[in-house]
Design a protein. Structure first.
Length: 276
């Protein structure tokens, strides 16, 4: 699984689509130019290279059982803005997949609680699809998603389909209500306090801004979810993706090599204290 750790392989953009009404997030579907098949685990990431521009780490947001591979990207920086202008059919470089995965198999038999903030829903999308495929292996599956506004909601059609499908419980909240929003308003921790999961058997998967994840961890702890059952996906300034360069070091961990998915007990001393 995976390619050479240092050389990007050529992959072609098969299609692209805008992913939010706000217009700053897009999804790429990419396929290997040489047709070589590969696989990934939910939660892993790739290094995407735009020739002549630069390279960025991006989580794989597609169903792990399907092809092509999807990457959901916010166009905010010197690399991702030019990436947003690339056309279908153009070739990019790809290294990966890298990193640790969501503990979906270990979570079987209990409740699965997926808590996402903003763009953090993208790295969790593959986990949701795997949980749906193995739905009978979990007691309850809860997707709790918070974002800034209705225009920033990702995968809106899929969220509605998951909610209406009846197999999982989906709750979405926004920080700021607009006239076109009739749903929940407030922080995602409110959804955690109201969801009907059994804390003693719950495995929680979190991804989003670190401040949101810290408050979500606190809310899960208040409900009685064990620390070892809470898993976070971290974002850091990853450059090499193989633990050489040190850009993504967080205490004793290299996020690219030891993460991005880490259990809360490994992070509590590093992320548990609010900035002064």
């Amino acid at each position: 699984m995976g390619m050479d750790a240092t050389l990007p392989a050529p992959w072609r953009i098969a299609w692209r689509r805008p992913e939010s009404a706000a217009g700053d997030v897009f999804t790429w579907a990419v396929e290997p130019v040489d047709g070589t098949g590969s696989s990934f685990l939910p939660g892993q990431f790739n290094m995407l290279y735009a020739y002549g521009i630069g390279e960025v780490p991006v989580s794989i947001s597609s169903d792990p059982a399907g092809t092509p591979w999807l990457h959901t990207i916010r166009a905010v920086g010197s690399v991702t803005r030019p990436m947003a202008a690339l056309k279908v059919g153009e070739v990019i470089g790809l290294r990966g997949p890298y990193g640790s995965a969501w503990p979906l198999v270990a979570a079987e038999g209990g409740d699965l609680v997926i808590v996402a903030g903003g763009l953090g829903l993208a790295p969790l999308r593959s986990a949701i699809y795997q949980a749906l495929r193995r739905r009978s292996h979990y007691r309850g599956v809860y997707v709790l998603y918070g974002t800034r506004s209705a225009a920033d909601v990702l995968f809106a059609d899929e969220l509605a389909a998951w909610r209406d499908g009846g197999q999982i419980e989906v709750a979405v909240t926004v920080d700021r209500a607009t006239p076109d929003w009739s749903g929940e308003v407030g922080v995602v921790t409110r959804l955690i306090h109201r969801a009907g999961f059994d804390p003693a058997t719950t495995t929680a998967l979190l991804c989003g801004p670190e401040i949101m994840m810290r408050f979500a961890v606190l809310a899960l702890q208040q409900r009685g979810v064990p620390d070892k059952a809470i898993h976070l996906s971290l974002e850091r300034n990853m450059k090499c993706a193989v633990g050489y360069c040190g850009h993504c070091q967080l205490g004793p961990h290299f996020v690219c090599r030891d993460g991005p998915v880490l259990a809360w007990p490994r992070l509590s001393d590093l992320l548990g204290v609010m900035e002064l």
